[in-house]
Structures are given as C-alpha cells and as structure tokens.
Design a protein around this ligand. Structure first.
Ligand code: ADP
Length: 293
C-alpha cells in the first residue's frame, strides 16, 4: 500500500512566522483532505511534500523514500497542481500538455501524442484540445491542471486549493474527476472549503496556525460531536448577546431571523434544541468562526 509519513515537521520563515509546528500525519491511498483557513500552513506543507521547499525540522517519507533527500526520485512519482497555476494564454490545450510531457521526460513523440489524448479524455477536455487556454473557464483550467499533474502516472497527487473560484457546477465536475483519480493513488486535497472534504475524503486533517488540530475519518469526527451541537432561532439584534454567552459555531439567516448553532457539552439554555452535527460544525468547533455582529 502507498503511504506518506510526515514526522515532526516544523518550518519558521525568516520573518519569524511559524508556518508549521511539529506536524505529524500518516496518509494512505485515497483522497485525503487537508482543511484549514487561509494562513494555516497548508501551502507550506504542500510545497515541502512536493520537494519545493525544505523544513527546518522533521522528516517526510513516501513509500519509504526520503522526500527531503531523494528529491529527484520523488519528483518522478509526484503530480502537483499548485495554487497559482497559470499558463501562457495563447498556447492550445494539447500543445501545453505536450510541452509538460516533454518536461516530464516522455521523449517519444508517438507515445506523447497518445498520452496527451488519454489525459484530455480523462479530464473531459478533448473537444477543447485546439482552444487557447487563455479562453478557458476556471473549471476547465483546473481540469487542465489535473491533466498535467497526471503525466507520468504519479503515486502521489497534490492539489492546493483547487476549487476556490469555481462555480457550483464546475466544482461538482472537478469533484467527480478527483474522486475517480483518488481510487488508485494518494491524493492530498488542500482546501479551506469544508464541503470539498465532506464530499470527497475518507481521511482528513484540520490544521490551524501550523498545528494539526483534528485527524481521522470525517464521519468519526462528526460522531464525536453528537449531542454537543445545539441550535436556536433568535432575533438578529440578540446575536451580540448570544455571541458573548455561547460558543457559536455557525450562524445564518433563516426566515428573516438568525439561526445559530452552538457548541456545548450540555444543553446551553431552554430555547436550544439538539442539532445534527456535520463537518462544518467539526471545523468551526475546532477553529472558531468570526461572527459578524
Ligand atoms: P495556507 O496555504 O494555509 O494559506 P501558508 O502556508 O501559505 O498557509 O502560510 C502559512 C503562514 O506562513 C502565513 O502566516 C503566511 O503569511 C506565512 N508565509 C507563507 N509563505 C511565506 C514566505 N515565503 N515568507 C514569509 N511568510 C510566509
């Protein structure tokens, strides 16, 4: 079985920001969600795993290979879709993939042509192969990003914030593509969007301020909240009071009123009802949301 093991990983930037603080994770085949707010340290962790950056301390091994030392070997089995992935806008989709395939060492022209065709089909872009990528929608660009990351049949695929900026339909397409891919390799999906993880991942970690706060199966984490999430429908002007008295983990408008969910071991007050916990509750009970009052 494929396995990525991260041990005691720490990284402090020269400006003093401790981006990672003793991170330990074991990640097996399938989709793994790395969930955390902006600034949590996700990109730093992804870049270290992708051999693009060195930590100050700790180790990373992929199937026994030392990721921090055997960089060239790791790069051969690694696919990476970075957060900022842009291409030369005038290049056609198939030419871009051809170019990336050359960079990845696929030197035989016929083989490369075949590979590009397979990748375009797999990511549902074949009919767009002759279009310039500058005219692609956000979703098409991300699928093209996945196509290039799949060159060389990686054992480990890293995707950093892939669904930010996609509309709901594009996100659904992208989710379907990832879930197909995730069956055969380790896929690490870094995101601040809780639904990305609840839709796709059988394992996850929640990270904040450089530290891992929760790890495991999303369903188990949700079960642990059973009986500890409470809801109440309150007037909008009551929100500041409730915010002072209770640990609010979500708030939204509902029929002109304010529906709040609160984390509490016991019933917080008479007006509260028990609520069905979900992954968003897990996330916001770990990382308190900013409540606008
Ligand atoms: P995320 O991907 O979860 O948003 P990052 O890994 O990008 O988190 O950032 C973690 C922290 O490290 C943030 O506080 C960020 O400002 C800081 N940081 C990231 N890159 C650098 C850098 N090159 N130099 C200094 N600080 C950085």
């Amino acid at each position: 079985m494929k396995q990525l093991v991260i041990n005691g990983l720490s990284k402090t930037y020269p400006n003093g920001v401790k981006a990672l603080n003793d991170v330990n994770l074991t990640i097996n085949s399938g989709m793994f969600g790395l969930l955390g707010p902006n600034g949590a340290g996700k990109s730093t962790l992804m870049r270290i795993i992708a051999t693009l950056q060195d930590p100050d301390e700790g180790s990373v091994t992929l199937n026994g290979m030392d990721v921090l030392k055997q960089k060239q070997d790791v790069r051969k089995v690694l696919g990476f879709l970075p957060q900022e992935f842009d291409f030369y806008p005038k290049i056609k989709a198939e030419d871009m993939l051809d170019h990336f395939a050359i960079l990845k060492g696929v030197s035989n022209t016929k083989e490369r042509k075949e590979l590009v065709k397979v990748l375009l089909n797999r990511t549902n872009l074949y009919e767009h192969r002759r279009k310039k990528v500058g005219g692609f929608s956000g979703g098409m660009k991300q699928r093209l990003g996945i196509a290039q990351a799949l060159i060389g049949n990686p054992e480990l695929l890293i995707v950093d914030e892939p669904t930010a900026g996609l509309d709901p339909k594009e996100r659904r397409h992208f989710h379907n593509l990832l879930s197909e891919i995730g069956e055969n390799m380790i896929v690490i999906l870094s995101t601040h969007i809780v639904d990305d993880v609840s839709d796709l991942c059988k394992d996850m970690a929640i990270i904040n301020k450089g530290s891992v706060r929760v790890t495991g199966n999303p369903a188990d984490a949700i079960n642990e909240l059973e009986g500890k999430v409470w809801s109440s429908l309150i007037e909008k002007n009551e929100l500041p009071d409730y915010n002072r008295s209770y640990q609010i983990i979500s708030t939204r408008l509902f029929m002109g009123k304010q529906l709040i969910h609160v984390y509490s071991e016991d019933k917080p007050a008479e007006e509260f009802k028990t609520a069905q916990p979900d992954l968003e509750h897990v996330y916001f009970s770990t990382i308190p949301p900013e409540i606008e009052v």
